[in-house]
Design a protein around this ligand. Structure first.
Ligand code: AMP
Length: 488
């Protein structure tokens, strides 16, 4: 099967060839002909299966010639994904004359306004900043012919559905609507009923299942030894490029400091970093300037880097959807990859829930040459220092010091109370993370599943731990409901 056989124009087929795509992926083969016919489509596909090209190619073809008005709107949950879609539009539309721009928060509005004034055919936007520009009448959606909701389940998780509905009310009813989602929870099914007309459902490989080429392994480890385990693995295996997921931005910062001190080429992206810093990190990772990228879930959403060899869940995610999205960052399209997850005794519930969703038990690995019985590390005086090797030395020198909490869940298996000294710092963001300014930042703070962690700092207090447990119960309660469709 070739791209030409799907009914694509010569110029699009040439652009595809230039990217080195030889045959359409299953989601492309299924979705492209229906979209070209003008049908509404609901696409459920595993992450990394080529879904972006599945809607970008027919969208470019249906729009045809430039018209000087915004005729297609692509909504994405994150800035990174918006940029990723925009670069696919540029690459696949290299022989077309259509113009596109991105609209997202966290950067100045000026450049986006200028691009809109010059005239674009396609807008790729996150909901918050788009609503701002709509309110200011900088952009009009009255000429939209095609509407795409990308990663709709993630938009829902991030609390964007009311914004999406507000935006859709400003789009003409006479339009073609495409919706892509890794999973189809009831809320998304309801959305398709209200936004689409007789959509064609295209499901590839079953929703909620990880990419085929990923080999998954679990590494049980005491909480205080997670960092040592990571350093140990880095010493015994070639992991290039490596993507590491932490639950919180502060966890990402701490790990970054440790790895930098160990002279690893490492970058990080999370909601506390500016757009410029995130771009620099991603670009550097793409160009192999950084060997390791540390990321939190929200920031990692749009990462599309070829040939990631390993994904490490330094902290296990809260639900199976996030797990699948995370490990889908490796084995993109046709490659293979390894996904390691560090699991502490406290995280067994999450692991069981993930295994239930995957409908299989994952391999548990115990390394012969790793000291699983090493004691927790002592406090060294400076909480900002997180180099476990340095701390091990300090421990030998002063073994009687109070226990130092390094990981977010350190000691929570033994006691619900934080270790001595922990919890005495102020934690300005916990449980009430505040947007810095404007709507553009909102997306980072709304997450039903992430807002608590993105805004938290340091080791958890007992209050925080109770809140964390409550949220986990809530998430896993709803998680079970949400995954029922996957199992049925
Ligand atoms: P996506 O699922 O859209 O994020 O795409 C995942 C990766 O697959 C991206 O790096 C694409 O460039 C790549 N890709 C998309 N379609 C194809 C194809 N037909 N053959 C090979 N790679 C592809």
């Amino acid at each position: 099967m070739s791209f030409r056989k799907l009914g694509l124009t010569e110029e699009l087929a040439r652009a595809v060839e230039k990217l080195g795509f030889e045959t359409p992926t299953p989601i492309q083969a299924e979705a492209i002909p229906s979209i070209l016919e003008g049908r509404d489509v609901v696409g459920t596909a595993q992450t990394g299966t080529g879904k972006t090209a599945a809607f970008v190619l027919p969208l470019l073809q249906r729009l045809g010639q430039p018209g000087g008005k915004v005729r297609a709107l692509i909504l994405t949950p994150t800035r990174e994904l918006a940029q990723q879609v925009e670069s696919s539009l540029q690459e696949l539309g290299r022989f077309a004359k259509l113009r596109s721009c991105t609209i997202f928060g966290g950067v100045s509005q000026r450049g986006q306004e200028d691009a809109l004034r010059r005239g674009v055919d396609i807008v790729v936007a996150t909901p918050g900043r788009l609503l701002d520009l709509l309110e200011q009448k900088v952009v009009s959606l009255s000429s939209i012919e095609m509407l795409v909701l990308d990663e709709a389940d993630r938009m829902m998780d991030m609390g964007f559905l009311p914004d999406v509905r507000r935006i859709v009310r400003l789009v003409p009813a006479q339009r073609q609507t495409l919706l892509f989602s890794a999973t189809l929870p009831p809320e998304i099914r309801e959305l398709t009923r209200t936004l689409q007309r007789d959509p064609k459902f295209v499901e590839v490989g079953g929703s909620g299942t990880p990419v085929v080429g990923v080999e998954q392994r679990l590494f049980p480890v005491p909480p205080h030894l997670k960092c040592d385990l990571l350093l140990h693995l880095l010493g015994r295996e070639t992991m290039r490029p490596l993507l590491v997921f932490t639950r919180t931005k502060h966890g990402a910062d701490r790990l970054h400091r440790v790895l930098e001190k160990q002279r690893h080429k490492v970058a990080r992206i999370h909601s506390g970093r500016s757009q410029g810093q995130r771009q620099e990190a991603l670009e550097g990772f793409r160009r192999n300037h950084y060997q390791i990228l540390i990321a939190t879930d929200i920031a990692a959403r749009g990462i599309d880097v070829r040939n990631i060899s390993h994904v490490i869940n330094y902290d296990i995610p809260n639900n199976a959807d996030d797990y699948i999205h995370r490990i889908g960052r490796t084995a993109r399209a046709t490659a293979t990859g390894l996904a390691y997850s560090f699991i502490t005794p406290d995280e067994e519930d999450q692991v069981r829930s993930i295994e239930r969703s995957l409908r299989r038990k994952l391999n548990r690995i115990r390394l012969e040459d790793f000291a699983y019985d090493a004691p927790p590390q002592p406090k060294t005086g400076s909480r900002s220092e997180s180099n476990p090797l340095m701390e091990r030395r300090a421990f030998r020198a002063a073994p009687a010091g109070p226990v130092r909490v390094f990981d977010r869940f350190a000691h929570s298996g033994n006691s619900r109370r934080p270790a001595a000294g922990a919890g005495q710092r102020s934690r300005p963001g916990f449980g009430a993370a505040k947007p810095r300014s404007g709507r553009g930042d909102r997306q980072e703070f709304r997450g039903k599943s992430n807002s608590w962690s993105e805004g938290s700092m340091g080791a958890p207090s007992s209050e925080e731990q109770a809140e964390l447990k409550r949220l986990q119960r809530k998430l896993f309660g709803s998680g079970r409901t949400r995954h029922r469709h996957v199992l049925s």
